[in-house]
Write a protein that binds this ligand. Structure first.
Ligand SMILES: [Zn+2]
Length: 478
C-alpha cells in the first residue's frame, strides 16, 4: 500500500531532524556539547532552519487539523512557507486560539501532530502548561521527543556548567511540569547524578544538602529563597553549603536584578536558568550564557536556533521588531513531534542580539534575560507595568521577607488602587518601611501604591509558582 501523505510528511520531517543531530551521545568538546552547531556560522544556522522548516509545514498541514484549518483560512499552502523569510506570511499564533481548539476538541485538541496511534506505538509522556491563563494546554510526547529533549537540554546544561563530578539536587513536586522532567532525563543521558527532592519538607531538603553535598541546586526561584531561609533558621549558612550553582526555570529570576542578587548573595553561588514554554519549546528554548555569569557580565540568554526560529514582535500591532529593539518573544519550534509550532507568541519582553558572543556561541542572545509575560501586564489607571517590576522594587528594600502580595482593588470613589503587602520585622511601627517600599515601587513604575507591613511569616510559603497578584477591581483585570 502506498504511504499516506500523513505518514510520508512525518517520515521526511523525522529524517531531516535526525540528519542534523550531532554529538547526541556525548559532548563534542570540553567547552561545547555540539561545537559544530553551538558555534555554527549565522549562514549555516539559517540553512539548517530553512531545511527543517521546509519539511515542517507539510508535516503540520497533514497531521494537525488545527494547522490545516489555519493554512486554509489564510489562503496559504505549505509551499508558501518553505524558509525563514516566508514566515512573515504566517500571522502569529496566540495561545487563546489553542484554548478554543482544545475546548472544541477535548481532551487533546487538534493543535498537535501527536495522535492516538502514535501514543500507543511510541508514546512517552504527557505534560501540560502550568500558567494561570485559560484551560491548561496539554501535550502528549513521543519517544522521539524524549531523545530531542535529552540532547537539547544536555547542550544547554553543558553551557551552564553541568559536568561529571557535579551532583544535582532537583527540588520540585514532579507534577506534569516540563522543566523538571526534561532536566531529569537530560542529566541521566549525560551521566550527571541527580538527587530527587520531590515530596518532602524544606527541613528534609536542607538535610539532604548537608549530608550528600550536591553542588547544583535546581528548583524554582521562590523555592531557592525558601530553602535558604529554612537553612538559616536551622542555624546553617547557605553560602557555606556545598551549593555552587543555582539553576532555575519556570518563572523569571536571572533577569530581575534584585532577585538575582538576593539569591546569589544568600547562597554564595551563581544563578543560571533555562527559558522556554510548554507550548513551543518544551526543552530548553534558551539558557544562560556562561560569559554572562562572570562578574560584571551582562545577563544574557542564548536561544537555541538550530531547533527554533526566535523573533520579537510588537504586542499591540504584532509587527516584527528589528534587532536591538524591545519586543515580545515569538517562537517557531521545529523540534517536537507533539508541539511544533509556527510563530507561537511566547510573550516575554526582551531585546535580541545576533552578534557573536564572548563565549564563542553564535546563537542569538536575549540581552538582559526576560522579565515577564506580556499577558501578565497590569494596567492601573492607564499605567502599564509587569509584576516583575514590583518584585524588583520590593526586593530592593533591605529586610523585606521573600513572600509578598500585590492587591489591585477599586475604592469607594471608583478609583483603582494598588496595595503592596510585605513582611517585615518592624511591622509594629511600619512607617519607614512602608515609605521605602512605596518609593522603590514609585521610582520604577511612576505609580504611588499603598503599602501594608505584616509580621514575618504572615504569608504561606510558596512551594510552586508564586501567585502574587490579586486583582479585585470592579471591572476585572487589565
Ligand atoms: Zn554566550
Amino acid at each position: 500500500m502506498a504511504e499516506s501523505r500523513k505518514d510520508s510528511t512525518r517520515r521526511k520531517w523525522l529524517e531531516t531532524l535526525r540528519e542534523y543531530r550531532r554529538d547526541f551521545e556525548a559532548p563534542g568538546s570540553e567547552e561545547y556539547w555540539s561545537p559544530s552547531l553551538d558555534c555554527a556560522s549565522r549562514d549555516e544556522l539559517r540553512s539548517i532552519q530553512d531545511a527543517k522548516l521546509a519539511v515542517l509545514t507539510p508535516f503540520l498541514y497533514e497531521n494537525s487539523d488545527f494547522y490545516r484549518r489555519r493554512f486554509d483560512g489564510f489562503g496559504l499552502t505549505p509551499d508558501d512557507i518553505k524558509c525563514v523569510d516566508d514566515l512573515a506570511k504566517w500571522p502569529p499564533l496566540d495561545k487563546k486560539e489553542m484554548v478554543e481548539d482544545l475546548m472544541a476538541n477535548p481532551p487533546w485538541g487538534t493543535y498537535t501532530t501527536h495522535d492516538d496511534a502514535l501514543w500507543e506505538a511510541r508514546g512517552w509522556s504527557l505534560f501540560a502548561t502550568s500558567g494561570t491563563t485559560g484551560l491548561p494546554r496539554v501535550f502528549r510526547y513521543s519517544k522521539f521527543d524524549l531523545e530531542q529533549w535529552q540532547w537539547a537540554n544536555a547542550r544547554a546544561l553543558w553551557s551552564l556548567g553541568a559536568r561529571r563530578g557535579e551532583i544535582v539536587f532537583l527540588v520540585v513536586g514532579f507534577g506534569p511540569h516540563v522543566w523538571a522532567w526534561g532536566v531529569n532525563y537530560a542529566l541521566a543521558h549525560m551521566g550527571v547524578p541527580c538527587i530527587s527532592g520531590g515530596g518532602m519538607t524544606a527541613e528534609m531538603r536542607c538535610n539532604i544538602i548537608e549530608r550528600y553535598r550536591p553542588t547544583i541546586l535546581a528548583t524554582l526561584p521562590s523555592q531557592l529563597l525558601r530553602l535558604g531561609r529554612v537553612m538559616q533558621e536551622l542555624g546553617k549558612d547557605p553560602a557555606k553549603s556545598s551549593i555552587t550553582t543555582l539553576f532555575t526555570g519556570g518563572e523569571p529570576a536571572a533577569g530581575i536584578a534584585s532577585t538575582r542578587e538576593r539569591l546569589q548573595e544568600m547562597w554564595g553561588a551563581k544563578l543560571v536558568e533555562f527559558y522556554g514554554c510548554t507550548e513551543a519549546a518544551p526543552h530548553s528554548g534558551g539558557y544562560s550564557c556562561p560569559a554572562a555569569v562572570r562578574p560584571d557580565g551582562t545577563i544574557q540568554t542564548h536561544l537555541m536556533e538550530d531547533f527554533q526560529v526566535w523573533e520579537l514582535i510588537d504586542p499591540d500591532t504584532l509587527a516584527s521588531v528589528p534587532e536591538g529593539s524591545r519586543g515580545i518573544t515569538v517562537c517557531t519550534n521545529m523540534n517536537s513531534e507533539s508541539s511544533s509550532q509556527l510563530r507561537f507568541i511566547v510573550g516575554d519582553y526582551t531585546v535580541l542580539d545576533s552578534a557573536k558572543c564572548e563565549c564563542g556561541r553564535t546563537h542569538v542572545r536575549a540581552i538582559g534575560g526576560f522579565s515577564g509575560r506580556a499577558d501578565d501586564l497590569i494596567n492601573l489607571r492607564g499605567m502599564k507595568f509587569y509584576p516583575s517590576v514590583i518584585e524588583e522594587g520590593v526586593r530592593a528594600v533591605p529586610g523585606i521577607g521573600d513572600e509578598y502580595e500585590v492587591v489591585l482593588a477599586t475604592n469607594e470613589d471608583g478609583i483603582d488602587t494598588m496595595i503592596v503587602r510585605v513582611e517585615h520585622a518592624e511591622h509594629e511601627k511600619p512607617g519607614s518601611v512602608a515609605e521605602k517600599v512605596a518609593n522603590a515601587v514609585q521610582t520604577r513604575i511612576e505609580v504611588r501604591c499603598d503599602v501594608e507591613v505584616l509580621a514575618p511569616d504572615s504569608f504561606p510559603k510558596t512551594e510552586f509558582k508564586a501567585k502574587r497578584i490579586r486583582d479585585e477591581r470592579d471591572k476585572g483585570g487589565s
